[in-house]
Design a protein around this ligand. Structure first.
Ligand code: GLU
Length: 475
């Protein structure tokens, strides 16, 4: 068996999106499960579309997710450099081989002439193909014009590791540009040269490249090369399951998710299961499970739907599995500013209570603020409450006063508070949805909070009674 060598080959034209990361992850998993090599190669041959910070962003995103690469721009390796703009001489050497074997020629046409050819084809209702205008006589290529591949049109049948049996007719083959007049190679040429030099065993890439595969096969043949395993990944679709996922769908880049307090493990599990499953009902996978179980033949052929709620669900599950120590460390940067000055023991008690509801650490400030500061009384919380809105102000006041009297006599241990709240139910004849909601709102000024008795216990008697008094003043 040949060594598994996979590469992630992004163009630094923007930030890494979820689809891009999925391509990287699948390549990384293939390499890691075979004790192979994962390579990062930056494909920066489109100088106009290049975004300055993108290279750095790509590297930081991969590392934030733990997708380490064995060879790459900042790492070196046996086939360095791993940035295409630094490999121009290599592409020239390969281009000269094609010129020498009569399989590449200097494109003699101006943009004007090409426009005329296109119009001519359109008038004859024929698809425009460069090869129909291939010149009989060519001048030697001096680099000032594009260098074109001299194709050999034919039909192909090939296997795509995800899409299965594929075929195409000769009409898809054309004389494409190998090297542009700015001296940079096209993707079509450069990736074939690099994948061959870097001994890549599997290519994984998006669907946009599928229509060009016959042309690539033609070039592999002209170069006497055996293509790697070709793999086309279906697109990641937006939440509507129709259009390709875009920024407008609210999908953020990986570093944004990390900054908002998502766990790398959750992102990995979520991204891996965009279009892949192991055939069981399992929904959350650790990295080592993925390394063990991942296979290309279980990647679906249709688009995978991006649903952030599923990511939140996975992340919330992993947060609930954390020990208090792990959670405390992970949350250090996410406390509300009002928590400054509060000690570790108090914060730990707060965390124990909010852990259940936390979907990502970024929510901590909002969910925990009332533990640290007396929020102003918000009358909407009562007027928008289904049950409480039905009660008159005097009734609300009376109910809350009874609660205050009872709580005043509690020692504020959770078990005592639980007993106290239960006796209050009996005493007032109210339902928990009324009585407990009222106490909850008065003491937290939030529509929801962790278990009432536990929250009151953490807040302590002084804060609780003070807040109840504030609320009573508003009736
Ligand atoms: N540079 C291409 C892109 O970013 C990579 C495609 C490939 O992996 O070959 O879309």
């Amino acid at each position: 068996m040949t060594d598994v060598r996979t590469r992630f080959a992004p163009s630094p034209t923007g930030y890494l999106h979820v689809g891009g990361i999925r391509t990287a992850l699948f390549g990384w998993l293939l390499a890691r499960q075979a004790n192979g090599t994962f390579i990062l190669r930056l494909e920066d041959t489109d100088q106009q579309r290049e975004v300055k910070e993108a290279k750095d962003h790509i590297i930081r995103s991969l590392l934030a997710l733990g997708l380490d690469y064995d060879e790459g721009p900042d790492k070196g390796g046996p086939y360095a450099p791993y940035i295409q703009s630094e490999r121009l001489e290599i592409y020239k050497t390969w281009a000269n081989k094609l010129i020498a074997s009569g399989r590449a020629y200097a494109d003699p046409y101006t943009a004007e002439q090409v426009k005329t050819f296109r119009e001519e084809s359109a008038a004859n209702k024929l698809p425009f193909l460069y090869r129909n205008y291939r010149p009989d006589q060519t001048t030697p290529w001096d680099g000032s014009t594009p260098l074109r591949f001299k194709s050999d049109p034919k039909a192909y049948e090939w296997q795509d590791a995800v899409m299965g049996d594929m075929k195409s007719g000769p009409e898809t083959i054309d004389d494409f540009v190998l090297i542009k007049s700015d001296g940079f190679p096209t993707y079509n040429f450069a990736h074939i040269v690099d994948d061959s030099e870097m001994k890549i065993s599997h290519i994984l890439r998006g669907q946009e490249f599928l229509p060009s595969v016959p042309n690539y096969l033609n070039l592999y043949e002209a170069l006497g090369l055996q293509p790697p395993v070709l793999t086309t990944l279906p697109p990641v679709l937006g939440p509507d399951g129709k259009k390709k996922l875009s920024k407008r769908d609210g999908a953020r880049d990986v570093l944004d998710y990390i900054r908002s307090g998502y766990l790398a493990e959750a992102l990995i599990s979520f991204i891996a299961t965009l279009g892949w499953n192991d055939g069981s009902q399992q929904e959350i996978f650790t990295k080592s499970e993925l390394i063990q179980k991942f296979s290309l033949d279980r990647v679906g052929r249709s688009g995978a739907q991006f649903d952030e709620r599923r990511l939140n669900w996975i992340n919330g599950n992993l947060i609930r599995d954390m020990s208090l120590d792990e959670l405390y460390k992970a949350c250090l940067d996410y406390w509300p500013t009002e928590a400054d000055g509060y000690g570790e023991a108090y914060k730990r008690s707060v965390l124990t209570l909010v852990q259940e509801r936390l979907k990502y650490f970024g929510e901590l400030a909002e969910l925990s603020r009332f533990f640290f500061v007396d929020l102003p009384v918000n009358p909407d919380l009562i007027s928008h409450h289904k049950q409480l809105a039905k009660l008159t102000k005097p009734d609300l006041k009376d109910l809350l006063s009874q609660a205050r009297d009872a709580l005043q006599h509690s020692n504020f241990e959770t078990s005592d508070l639980t007993d106290c709240l239960n006796s209050l139910l009996a005493q007032t004849g109210q339902k928990p949805a009324v009585l407990f909601s009222l106490i909850r709102i008065a003491t937290t000024q939030s529509p929801a909070s962790p278990s009432l008795a536990e929250s009151l216990n953490v807040l302590g008697k002084e804060k609780v009674l003070k807040r109840i008094d504030q609320q009573l003043d508003c009736f």
